[in-house]
Structure formats: C-alpha cells, structure tokens
Design a protein around this ligand. Sequence first.
Ligand code: S3P
Length: 172
Amino acid sequence: MSARSRGHVFLVGFMGSGKSTVGALLADTLGVPCVDLDALVEERRGGSVREIFERDGEAAFRQAEHEALEAVIDGPPAVVACGGGVVLSDENRSLLAGAGTVVYLRVSADEAIARIGDVTGRPLLAGAPGMAGALLRSRESLYEAVADLSVDTEGLTPAEVTARIAREMRAA
Ligand code: S3P
C-alpha cells in the first residue's frame, strides 16, 4: 500500500454511480468506517438533501457539504461516499487530493437515471431528469482531474466494483 492509501478513500462520481453502496462494501473490505457525506450534511444541517435545497438553497447546501468534508478529513481514516457535486469547488478538489485516494465511479447518464429510479430525492434531477446527460458531461473533467483511479461501473455489481477498487489500490 502506498503512503497515500493509508489516508481516506473518497468515492466520487455522478448521482447513481453507486458511491454509497460501494462505499459500505469497500469500508468492510478495508476494515474502516464508511461515511456518507450527504447523510452527514443532513445530520449537521437538519432535514433531507431535498429539504435543505428547498429551505436554504443550493449555496447553503454546498457550504454545509464543504464543512462536512473538512470534518471528515479531520477524523480517522474512512471510506467517504461523496455527493456527486463535491468536485464543483476548487477548494473541495484540493482537500480531496491532499487527504487520501480518490476513486471515480464512472456511469452513463442513462444507467444513472435507471439506477436512481425515483429522482425526487435528487433536487438537481427532479425538475428535469433529461438534463442528466448535460450535467454529467459538464462534470466529467472535474471527476477525472481529481481521481487517482477510475472504475467503469457499467454492467458491474457493487461487489464487483468494490473488488476492482480493492485490487487496484493494492496494485498502486
Ligand atoms: C448532488 C448529488 C447528491 C446530493 C445532492 C447534489 C449533485 O448526492 O449531494 O442532491 O450535485 O450531484 P449523490 O451523488 O449521492 O446522489
């Protein structure tokens, strides 16, 4: 294992890429806790992601997301399932790059929408699920830029994605 892999493992990628499910499996495999950043924001801010967007606005959500990321980084090593928009901020990308291994879970927009099913809990998709492709394209370079390794999740089960990440981390 490289020195960096002893820090946190951050899972980034679009909504529906499987970050939360794979995060829990990978944390078990590595024997560390799993932190879901959206869940932490919900706990710290009060209410669901959707309620926070509606009540406080996206900017307030992003600020809470940034603060939650800082808090996780200050804590013990963990697998961190990040919200899909965490890479939007330069500051967050620097934090991620400096605090561990960043894994990008790749997924197509069609597959993401199929996996999510009911988009009401995803405020950025709820109004216009057809916009997922454009949103994903606008973010792809940010995910790639911050990633130490990328895994194409298309057609793979969460267990298969987890095994692939663990293998690639061991090889790194
Ligand atoms: C968002 C992704 C969501 C959540 C919020 C915004 C985004 O997390 O943080 O709805 O901007 O891509 P998931 O990627 O876990 O769905």
